[in-house]
Ligand binder design. Structure first.
Ligand code: NAD
Ligand code: WQD
Length: 351
C-alpha cells in the first residue's frame, strides 16, 4: 500500500477537520474537503489557507448521505485515503434525536464506505470517541477495555467501529485506523482557527471561553458530588494540534499492516472541571463566574486514556499541556468574540 498524497477530509470545515486541513497542507498533502456546514461555515477555509500559505485542493458542499454527490467527488479526484470526521457529535442531542444520529453517523459512514469501495479507495482514518467506553470506571483506559456505550451518540460510534471491523475481516485490501479521541480542545496558535459550534456550546471549553468573553453569563458546573478529589468530573483534555498530528502520522502508517487498528488519543492525565476553570481563569486573567448545577444525565465521573499503544506504534506523544490548551482557546475567542461570524463583517470577507 502506498503512502497517500491526496486525502479526502469529510467534515473538514469542522473543529478538528479544519485543524487537520492545516496540518496536512503544512506537510505537503493535497487536501479535498466535503462538508454540509451543518455545524461549521465555509469561511474557515480562507483562514486555513492563510495559515498554510497554500490552497485547499477543492471544497464540496454536500451531505455524505448523498452518495451520488459523493461519488462525483471520487470521480473527479484520485483519492488515496480518507479521513472521516463528518458526524453529529452532541451526546445530549443524540438522546432525543437518535434516528438522526444513527442516520448521519452510521448511514453516513456506510455511504462513504460504499463510495470508497466503488472507487478502489481502501485507506481510512476514522474518528471514534472515548464515549464508547461509557461507565468504564477509574484509571487510564486502554483499548482492551470493553465498549459499553450509554447513549445513542456513543452507540453510533461503536456501531461504526463494528462495521469497519467486519469490513476489514472480509476484505484484506482495507486498512482502517480508528482513533478514539478523549477530549480534544484548544485552537490553532495563530488565533485564526478554533472551536465555533453553531448555537449554545455543549462542551466545556467553548462554553468557558464564551463566558470569559462575556457572551454568556456563567458556566454551570454539572455536579460536585462525584467520587473525585474536588467532586467535579475528570476528563483527559488533549490539544487539537496534538490530535491532528496523530492523523498526519496515521497517513504514514497505512502500509504497516492491513486490517483495523484502534487507538486511544489522550494525554493520560485527568483534569477536573474546577481544574480547567482555574487554569483558564489564570490564563485569560479574568474570573469565570460559575454555579454548581445537578449532574448532566449520562456523564461519568472519570475518563482518562491509556494511549501507550499509539505511542508504541507511531511514536505519537502529545506535547501541549492544559495551559497551552486554555491559552490557545482563549486567544481564538479573544480575537473572534463572535467566532467565525466576525470574518463576515470584514470588508474582504476573509477573516
Ligand atoms: P464538528 O461538528 O466541529 O465537525 C464535524 C463536521 O462535519 C462539521 O463541519 C459538520 O458541518 C460536518 N458534517 C456533519 N454532518 C455532515 C454530513 N451529513 N455531511 C457532511 N458533513 C457533515 O465536530 P468535531 O469536534 O470536529 O468532531 C469531528 C469528529 O470527531 C466527529 O466524528 C466527532 O464525533 C469526533 N469526535 C469529536 C470529539 C470532540 O470532543 N470534538 C471527541 C471524540 C470524537
Ligand atoms: C467535559 C466535562 C461535563 C459543559 C463528550 C463526548 C466525547 C467528546 C466530547 C464527541 C464534563 C462538564 C461541560 C458545561 C460542565 N465528544 N461540563 N459544564 O462530556 O466529557 O465528552 O464530548 O465525541 O466523546 O462524550 O465533554 O466538554 O461536554 O464535558 O460542567 O457547560 O465538563 O459535565 O464533566 P464530555 P464536555
Amino acid at each position: 500500500m502506498s503512502q497517500p498524497t491526496t486525502v479526502l477530509i469529510t467534515g473538514g470545515a469542522g473543529f478538528i477537520g479544519s485543524h487537520a486541513c492545516v496540518e496536512l497542507l503544512d506537510h505537503g498533502y493535497e487536501v479535498i474537503v466535503v462538508d454540509d456546514y451543518s455545524n461549521s461555515t465555509p469561511q474557515v477555509f480562507a483562514r486555513v489557507e492563510r495559515i498554510a500559505g497554500r490552497f485547499v485542493g477543492a471544497v464540496y458542499e454536500l451531505d455524505i448521505l448523498d452518495r451520488q454527490a459523493l461519488s462525483a467527488v471520487f470521480d473527479r479526484h484520485t483519492v488515496d485515503a480518507v479521513i472521516h470526521f463528518a458526524a453529529r457529535k452532541s451526546v445530549s442531542e443524540s438522546t432525543f434525536r437518535p434516528i438522526e444520529y444513527y442516520d448521519t453517523n452510521v448511514g453516513g459512514m456506510t455511504a462513504l464506505l460504499r463510495t470508497m469501495h466503488e472507487h478502489g479507495v481502501h485507506q481510512l482514518v476514522h474518528s471514534s470517541s472515548c464515549s464508547v467506553y461509557g461507565e468504564a470506571g477509574r484509571g487510564p483506559l486502554d483499548e482492551a477495555v470493553p465498549a459499553r456505550p450509554t447513549n445513542p451518540y456513543a452507540a453510533s460510534k461503536w456501531t461504526c467501529e463494528q462495521i469497519l471491523a467486519d469490513v476489514c475481516r472480509r476484505r484484506p485490501e482495507y486498512t482502517v485506523l480508528c482513533l478514539r479521541y478523549f477530549n480534544p480542545v484548544g485552537a490553532h496558535p495563530s488565533g485564526l482557527l478554533g472551536e465555533d459550534p453553531h448555537g449554545t456550546p455543549d462542551n466545556l471549553m467553548p462554553y468557558l471561553a464564551q463566558v470569559a468573553i462575556g457572551r454568556r453569563e456563567r458556566l454551570r458546573v454539572y455536579g460536585d458530588d462525584y467520587p473525585t478529589p474536588d467532586g467535579t468530573a475528570i476528563r483527559d483534555y488533549l490539544h487539537v494540534m496534538d490530535t491532528v498530528e496523530a492523523h498526519r502520522l496515521a497517513l504514514d502508517h497505512f502500509g504497516d499492516a492491513p486490517g483495523m487498528h484502534v487507538y486511544n488519543l489522550g494525554r493520560g492525565r485527568g483534569s477536573s472541571v474546577l481544574d480547567v476553570i482555574g487554569v483558564f481563569s489564570r490564563t485569560c486573567g479574568r474570573s469565570i463566574p460559575y454555579e454548581i448545577a445537578p449532574r448532566r444525565p449520562g456523564d461519568v465521573a472519570e475518563l482518562v486514556a491509556d494511549s501507550s499503544a499509539v505511542r508504541r506504534a507511531w511514536g505519537w506523544r502529545p506535547v501541549r499541556d492544559l495551559v497551552d490548551m486554555c491559552r490557545d482557546a482563549w486567544r481564538f475567542q479573544r480575537l473572534n468574540p463572535q467566532g467565525y461570524a466576525d470574518s463576515a463583517r470584514r470588508p474582504d470577507g476573509r477573516g
